[in-house]
Ligand binder design. Structure first.
Ligand code: SAH
Length: 412
């Protein structure tokens, strides 16, 4: 038979059927029956079979009872990521397509399929696709792969993403730390289609923003804060607003454009972020918004010394607790930053305070506010307890996916 006319075989993909059994140590099985998707190396007793990184494996108790099916990675502390609790379900093309379709369906139901806007289309554990994040900015997709399981399946997943969302281009974003933690060698950049040189513009609650997806000027956007920006803006009318750690100006511009703030000052330590924030103010013809490159702690201290007061202060610092070991240190930083913020709030002013550290619980974060109240002698009333927007669903079995806390408070 002449095989020369046969199409070339697809790039070798990892198995969709289990090639090995991962057996847990005694008394380690409970969280995985509880559908937590991360099996840490410390819980694993042994691997029976020839599992290569990225292969499908089954998880068993030390007593030989099946728990779940997932993907193996010897290079990660998360030794197995679990994807299904149905015995015998293949992790084949249909399986991954169905998961992506479910994510797409949820977005469509909530109105996130508007191509003039931006949305998170796939949110890792929140969409039962641990290790994959997909965001859409207008007609461009941006992918973040944080697990070997997804990295090795990209040749399978990318055509599905194209089919589902028909983007003009797809860009891959990587983080060096993540590549290291999972043993990935992914390279950042355009994967398919056209990605423009300049910014890609989109609308959020009627406000215009741009993100630059190409290396050089690269900027990102925090879509999880979308509805919190609008909520904060609703307290801004005729007030003097301070936006601490403003990044590219989202809360600031929303406060002016949607909220009718009297004036807004946004501060951030990144010169690049401030330059984009100024461009965003101009894009939305907002002349009452000023931005300044400054250290948050220093600037708040200076404003306090100068007896400057604001009616609304927004505090949205970066992740202070990168690991569980950093929680105590992070709590001190949250305390200090919020105390400084309260010091520049007029009586009856509004504090919108955020934490995106997954290791700091909502309760811990509220406790910080109680301590701030004690230290400053100001009463703090929590008016709204908020989280990430609904295109960032939280997996009830993996509370690490509930990382964003946003509290709207009145400070007496
Ligand atoms: N509120 C923003 C997102 C904030 S991200 C939005 O809605 O888009 C956190 C920001 O904190 C980053 O832009 C980072 O540059 C800034 N940052 C980190 N440390 C800082 C410091 N010590 N002082 C001021 N800004 C800081």
């Amino acid at each position: 038979m002449d095989t020369s006319i046969e199409p070339s075989p697809p790039a070798a993909l990892p198995s969709s059927e289990p090639v090995a059994r991962v057996v847990l140590k005694p008394r380690k099985a409970r969280p995985f029956f509880g559908r937590h998707p991360w099996v840490l190396d410390s819980a694993v007793d042994r691997v029976d079979g020839p599992a290569a990184d990225g292969d499908v494996v089954d998880l068993f108790t030390d007593q030989g009872k099946f728990i779940a099916r997932g993907v193996y990675n010897s290079q990660s502390r998360i030794r197995v990521r679990l994807y299904t609790w149905k015995a015998g379900e293949s992790l084949d093309e249909n399986f991954w397509r169905a998961r992506l379709q479910a994510a797409a369906g949820l977005r469509a139901q909530h109105g996130f399929d508007d191509r003039g806007q931006a949305a998170r289309l796939v949110s890792s554990e929140g969409d039962r696709l641990s290790g994959l994040v997909v965001e859409r900015y207008a007609d461009q997709l941006v992918l973040q792969v944080t697990a070997k399981s997804m990295a090795v399946r990209l040749p399978l997943l990318i055509p599905m993403l194209q089919e589902l969302w028909q983007p003009r281009g797809i860009t891959l974003r990587t983080e060096r730390e993540m590549n290291k933690a999972e043993g990935l060698s992914l390279k950042e950049g355009t994967i398919v289609g056209d990605v423009p040189e300049g910014p890609v513009f989109f609308t959020e609650h009627g406000v215009r923003y741009g993100v630059d997806l190409q290396a050089g000027q690269k900027t990102g956007f925090f879509l999880d804060q979308r509805d919190n920006r609008r909520a904060a803006a609703s307290y801004a009318r005729d007030r003097r607003v301070l936006d601490v750690c403003c990044y590219t100006g989202g809360f600031s511009i929303a406060a002016a454009a949607l909220g009718g703030a009297h004036e807004v000052l946004g501060i951030d330590s990144s010169a690049k972020a401030i330059a984009v924030a100024r461009a965003h103010a101009e894009l939305n013809s907002q002349t009452r918004v000023q931005f300044e490159e400054a250290d948050a702690f220093q600037k708040l201290e200076n404003l306090y010394q100068q007896r400057e007061l604001f009616g609304l202060v927004i505090v949205d610092p970066p992740k202070f607790a990168r690991t569980r070991q950093h929680v105590e240190e992070a709590m001190r930083a949250y305390h200090q930053l919020n105390r400084l913020a309260v010091n520049v709030l007029e009586p009856g002013g509004i504090l919108v305070t955020c934490s995106c550290s997954g290791h700091v619980t909502r309760e811990d974060f509220m406790f910080t506010l109680a301590e701030v109240s004690e230290r400053t002698g100001r009463d703090i009333q929590i008016l709204e307890t908020r989280g990430a927007a609904p295109d960032h669903p939280v997996n009830a079995s993996c509370l690490e996916s509930e990382y964003l806390k946003c509290l709207v408070c009145r400070v007496g």
